[in-house]
Design a binder for this molecule. Sequence first.
Ligand code: GLC
Length: 651
Amino acid sequence: MYEQISHSLLNDILNQIKPEISDQDLRHFYTRLGANFYAIHGLFERLYGDRPDFNEQALKLVETMARKYIKRSEKLKQIDIDREKDYNWFLSQKWVGMALYANGFAGDLKGMKNHLNYFQELGINMVHIMPIMECPDGRSDGGYAVSDFRAIDDRVGTLEDLQALSKEMHSRDILLALDVVLNHTSDEHEWAQKARAGDETYQDYYYTFKTRNIPDMFEESMLEVFPETAPGNFTWDEEMQRWVMTVFNDYQWDLNYSNPSVFIEMLDIILYWANQGADILRLDAVAFLWKKIGSTCQNEHEAHLILQLLKDCCQVTAPGVLFIAEAIVAPVEVTKYFGEDAVIAKECEIAYNATFMALLWDAVATKNANLLTQGIKSLPVKLERATWLNYIRCHDDIGLGFDNQDIIQAGYDPNSHRRFLIDFLTGRYENSHSHGLPFAENSKTGDARISGSLASLVGLEYALKNNDIQAQQDAIQIITLLHSMILSFGGIPLLYYGDEIGTLNDDSYLEDPNKMDDNRWVHRPFIDWDKAEKRNTPGTVEYEIFSAIKKMISVRKEIEVFSDFNNRELIDVGNPNLFVFNRYSSQRYNEQVLVVANFNNQPQKLDMQDVAGCMKERECQFIDLYTRQKPEIFNNTLVIPRFGFYWLSTI
Ligand code: GLC
């Protein structure tokens, strides 16, 4: 949009731009800058407009984008142009992701290069490598306490290793997703060190205070993320003689985004990783980016403005790069991370579907789909050109973040229902075979989240220890059922490494003093490649799980209606044990796939009358696309085996 004030500033900036920048071929850059500058200026002004150095900062911002554009390789620039043309590329059902720790998966980045065949064998074509930037030994929060944003931790490799890996991945059409930890740095980061040494410029990169007055005001409304291990949100730094805001661990210093220099530094870092060949950047803990006294300091409007501005700027330099919002927040808040007040996603194109994840765990524990159906009904519709990252497990704990109103609607009391879920998933509940661990248990509120690997949570560990064949079959069925959900729901399915071969909890973290207090390490495995080899031996657990997931992935890729164009219709059926939805083609309404999942341990029936309203034909025959078999239908009643699912298409 052309608007005088922003355009006259842009003219000034372009006149001042350094000759080494203006001498370059910047045609595409200027076209994009022109298209986005009105929005960039508006957002930058809303955030930093009252500062006397506003124009100077705006110049720095444009120079940062231009410098990174100049450094962007021709190959990546071509990918940007290709993706501009095929702008819905990431909504396709062809993408299937996996998240992993490079060292846990393959030792290091070099090792990963040797295991790329494994991804292709399974059908994975998007790999999220969890943080690989330099971190202090020990106090690293699994890589989320970064001490140098531009260096790779030498325990996993070098920049050259990453470049070689990313090149090889691209040649195999595998996308690379990397983390950028936006909200905080390690206390060993150079900026923190300078702040400690008394440099006020860098103290202003963080929230530091001489007295407890302001921290106490903040604490009145802030929550605690790690109440057991890192209570409170501020840490006294002896050397600096100041309090510093540390929302997560005491060694993770929160960055101060009310300072434009912080914004520009972090934009520069985002563009740096975009230039290293990352196709997707996972922006960590984005809900926390803006702090305001009197609020929870989560989901603040300004946090959204920052993300919109990051997106607008990234589109100028590296428009082919997508953002994932890691915002594990209430269902009504999550969809806002696609962008507010807009039709098209203008913040992060992708967001973790933590609501769906938690609801799936509810269905596993209750063995019905009451809350799952209710919770999905309340999930706000997302914007166009935005997509979910659907997952079952990840490197973090499971938070039971559903809405209390939905729990009530589903017929439960919120407190006792949450208590039940914690008890069930930690195996305290009678007859539960789950081997989860309570994480961040808050003795003040009774809240807890849950750690544990998928296989251990669904009872495989129990089954193997007790040689219980039925429990083993059930666990495998549930693992398959859960994957059938994330693969068909709409969005990019994100598998978690090790789940595809039934990896159990790993207690070895208890021997490491740097990990023993954080039981999330129980589900951050080191892949045992001998065990993984068993995926080729029929009859083994590894084979059963791996081959089921592999088959589902290959079938998914063939089902066009599984692409994500907000083309899902939830169906409320009479049987509460079933979760049923219809995926249809927005272009060709006559194509549809009916997804039916049975979370109960007994076979269930579905009266086909319940789904008749959304079927294109009244009288039709069905085929299950996964097994290529006709499902059992008797007297217009469909029978779904215990923990079974169907992807039904009409024939
Ligand atoms: C994100 C990460 C989590 C980490 C936190 C703080 O939520 O997923 O592992 O502890 O950020 O950096």
